[in-house]
Design a protein around this ligand. Structure first.
Ligand code: COA
Length: 144
């Protein structure tokens, strides 16, 4: 069995673990304000968690925008576990679920540094760079 496992969050403990990763990556490492990070929309989202050898190391959430579009948000892997394919597996699982749920288009706001990561997953940039939570971002999308 692979050391990396991805699953959809179905219980409060896994949800807490996802939120801890977001605090570590976005609030501590990237200095995003907690009130911005925890935007009140988590209850509308599907959450995913990645484990490596049983430890929680990554997370992502997806949020319905309308009948055909889904937005990928809060994609984060703990710093010491990056560049090991965990982010790609998280996105692949969430995209597969989005296809099965009937969505036709995935959108996201990518931090500029992460653009190449999403491009490798088939997303394409649209429009100009803008600031979100004080961090430069670009809109990206992919037909599912
Ligand atoms: N710049 C360029 N390429 C990158 C990259 C980056 N910042 N991050 C990943 N990649 C590439 C990898 O090299 C790999 O390429 P390959 O398939 O040719 O080997 C591919 O993308 C998949 O990488 P993977 O190892 O699955 O990504 P990861 O587990 O390191 O996760 C992030 C990527 C962006 C989720 C992770 O860097 C992270 O959590 N960053 C901090 C939080 C953040 O900025 N999240 C994005 C918010 S929009």
């Amino acid at each position: 069995m692979s050391d990396i496992l991805i699953k959809e969050v179905m219980n409060p403990d896994d949800r807490k673990a996802c939120f801890s990763i977001r605090v570590e990556v976005f609030c501590v490492e990237q200095r995003v304000n907690r009130a911005i990070e925890f935007d009140g929309m988590d209850d509308q989202c599907r959450h995913y968690i990645a484990t490596y050898k049983g430890n929680c190391v990554g997370t992502a959430r997806t949020r319905q925008l309308n009948d055909t579009e889904v937005k990928f948000e809060r994609v984060a892997v703990l710093r010491e576990h990056r560049k090991n394919g965990i982010g790609r597996l998280l996105m692949a699982r969430a995209m597969s679920d989005a296809v099965h749920a009937g969505y036709r288009r995935a959108v996201l706001n990518s931090q500029v540094h992460a653009g190449p990561f999403y491009e490798k997953l088939g997303f394409r940039s649209e429009g100009d760079v803008f600031l979100e939570a004080g961090i430069p971002h670009r809109s990206m999308s992919k037909e599912l």
